[in-house]
Design a protein around this ligand. Structure first.
Ligand code: NIG
Ligand code: FE
Length: 415
């Protein structure tokens, strides 16, 4: 394997995007479209951090490995704040069932969906789970992603939920990706508990949460608060218990219906409420008066052919947004944040500059990495991507379906 020197200088950068020298401030409303950039730049990476940048004609750096950006762009790596990339197997059979006319909810009701993934995961050992998740993560890194949130939720038993969280921990230890883990034991009600939901919820509260907290296996707690899954009251019960262990909420809300998930998330100071394919102006108002971050997942709308979140209206209302992939085997089997930007622009009328900030700068706050990631400034962790064939950020969503990332650098290391 080639050993690269620690220090790198990227030369011949046509435009360096995502500059930010001011203190961090989550971008809302009109500010979401503001992206600072500078042309004809060099970028110097020293000891894993951004050490210097400036006009390439007067680059003072000599003792470093040189990478030629060939006049393309350099920008921060993506921060994907909502994924389920630990899973045992594909659910392509359900994809075909949906083409033949079944709905996502019908499939779930008949024991498919999340329960199908849970069955497959129970019979898969930790090493195999790790290998497949690692392969997915590697592919995401090659498409410009540098930080991810990963959820459990295909275990649905104490043993299997812990197995998933252990895999996430291993990924965090063995890669240069910054990873946050979210406990999603309340993703579905396992079949044996259908008649006594409270018994499963008690298991989450009295068995899973204490173990997870004791072994520091999660940063956040999620609940799928939606029609046919968890009610608002059940969500509140689980979030209250999680808070006692210091786990902040990140909620699945309003994917299938206006579920009350936004309100219960805000009441429990959720870091973010995610999905939001269905929302009302009352919810926009409540979000604008809170610090909870609205996160839209347009990959799900695309793959399930359901409504897209009302991003344009929400931004015009004055909200700030985050976009994430939701990479999972049921509703979004894809992790390209370039494509997520295309969907944001084409189906939700977001500007490319808005999708840029929603996947970098703003996304940082949704997993609490805004002090080190998501923008270009001296002292920030050196997580950057080089897109040689692209000359401005409009071209990222424009060339949909491609991977314009040529080089991904994480913690100052070429991946
Ligand atoms: O975010 N909506 C809930 N959870 C996942 C999908 C789960 C699945 O179908 O496996 C999502 O879309
Ligand atoms: Fe999800």
């Amino acid at each position: 394997m080639i050993q690269y020197p620690k220090n790198i200088v990227i030369r011949n950068i046509g435009t360096l995007y995502g500059l930010s020298q001011e203190p961090y401030s989550f971008k809302r409303g009109k500010a979401l479209a503001v992206v600072q950039s500078a042309s004809n730049q060099y970028l110097y990476i020293k000891d894993g951090k951004i050490a210097k940048f400036g006009n390439d004609d007067s680059c003072p750096i000599q003792d470093a490995k040189v990478i030629d950006a060939e006049g393309g762009i350099v920008m921060p790596t993506y921060i994907d704040t909502h994924t389920h990339i630990v899973f045992a197997a594909s659910r392509d059979e359900e994809f075909v069932m949906r083409i033949e006319g079944a709905s996502y909810e019908e499939i779930a009701k008949n024991g498919g969906g999340i329960l199908n993934s849970a069955k497959k995961l129970r019979d898969t050992d930790q090493a195999d789970l790790y290998a497949s998740a690692k392969a997915r993560l590697d592919q995401m890194v090659q498409m410009g992603t540098g930080a991810v949130e990963i959820k459990s939720g295909y275990g649905l038993s104490t043993e299997s939920e812990i197995k998933m969280l252990e895999v996430i921990k291993e990924l965090n230890l063995n890669t240069d990706v910054d990873i946050k883990a979210t406990f999603l034991g309340a993703h579905a009600i396992p079949t044996p508990y259908k008649a006594d939901r409270q018994q499963y919820i008690s298991k989450i509260i009295n068995e899973m949460l204490p173990h997870i907290a004791k072994h520091s296996l999660a940063d956040y707690c999620d609940v799928f608060c939606d029609k046919g899954f968890y009610t608002v009251e059940e969500t509140a019960q689980i979030l209250t218990a999680a808070a006692e262990y210091g786990l902040k909420p990140k909620i699945h809300a309003n994917e299938l219906d206006v579920s009350g998930g936004v309100q219960v998330g805000i009441q429990h100071s959720a870091l973010s409420v995610d999905h939001l394919e269905c929302t009302t102006p009352e919810e926009w108002k409540a979000l604008s008066e809170s610090s909870t971050i609205p996160t839209l997942l347009p990959g799900t709308s695309f793959f399930l052919k359901i409504a897209y979140g009302e991003a344009r209206q929400m931004i015009d209302y004055g909200l700030g947004l985050v976009l994430a992939s939701d990479f999972n085997p049921g509703s979004t089997p894809a992790g390209s944040m370039h494509f997520i930007q295309s969907l944001g622009c084409i189906y939700m009328q977001m500007l490319p500059s808005e999708t840029f900030n929603a996947t970098t700068y703003n996304a940082a706050a949704a997993i609490e990495v805004e002090d080190t990631l998501g923008r270009i400034d001296i002292g920030m962790q050196a997580n950057v991507q080089i897109l040689k064939s692209v000359t401005n950020i409009n071209q990222i969503p424009y060339y949909y379906g491609s991977n314009p990332t040529d080089v991904t650098i994480l913690r100052g290391k070429i991946q």
